[in-house]
Design a protein around this ligand. Structure first.
Ligand code: BEZ
Length: 211
């Protein structure tokens, strides 16, 4: 059985484009996004890394550190980063793990042998400050990820951790949220002073509490 939501993520020491690091120490008290790339000098990955570099401030606002990985060595990542800056207009500003021995890729189950024996799939892991896995998504090598969706999930998780709520379909920051069914109507009145709409006893909507 691979890594599952709620598991404490594996710790590891790895060589990166920003020097050697130990994952849990590097994360510190931050949230983290670990994402894998099939290989260096590939087109979809080039666009993804440029986009994530542009989102630096968005991740920082969310107290989230980002780290990439491919099974190529760090020296190759460094060469590739020149192309990323040139073609995407943004320099890679987060560490990229070099994992030619697939140590980290295997720990996180990033190699799916029936897709490819040698390349990682496009995995995304969102990790909370307790180092627990809160989201995993796996994309095929041929589809670039939507990093607005990753930011959206971080927003949702951070809100859910503060209030007794969940977030509905297609929710984005600022929209109404759902009151947890464990909260009675009586308690909801105190907890959510902006009020709430009851569509069904199990479906009560309230304005986002921290807005
Ligand atoms: C890419 O990043 O473009 C890519 C990598 C591996 C397989 C297919 C596409």
């Amino acid at each position: 059985m691979g890594l599952q939501l709620g598991d404490v993520t594996p710790n590891f020491t790895a060589n990166t484009t920003q020097g050697e690091l130990t994952f849990h120490e590097w994360l510190g008290d931050s949230w983290g996004v670990l994402f894998s790339h099939p290989a260096d000098f590939t087109p979809v990955c080039t666009t993804e890394l440029g986009e994530v570099a542009k989102l630096k401030d968005e991740f920082a606002k969310r107290n989230t550190k980002v780290i990439g990985l491919s099974v190529d060595p760090v020296e190759k990542h460094i060469e590739w980063e020149k192309d990323i800056e040139e073609t995407q207009g943004s320099a890679v500003n987060f560490p990229m793990i070099g994992d030619p021995g697939r140590k980290v890729a295997d720990l996180f189950g990033m190699i799916h042998p029936n897709a490819s024996n040698t390349l990682t799939v496009r995995s995304v892991f969102i990790i909370d400050p307790a180092k627990k896995l809160r989201l995993t998504i796996t994309y095929p090598a041929s589809t670039g990820r939507n990093f607005q969706e990753i930011l959206r999930v971080i927003d949702s998780l951070q809100l859910v951790d503060k209030y007794s709520i969940s977030t509905p379909v297609n929710w984005t920051e600022g929209q109404d949220v759902i009151i947890a069914t464990s909260v009675t109507d009586e308690d909801a009145k105190a907890k959510f002073p902006k009020g709430f709409k009851t569509l069904k006893p199990y479906l009560r909507l309230t304005p986002q509490p921290n807005k």
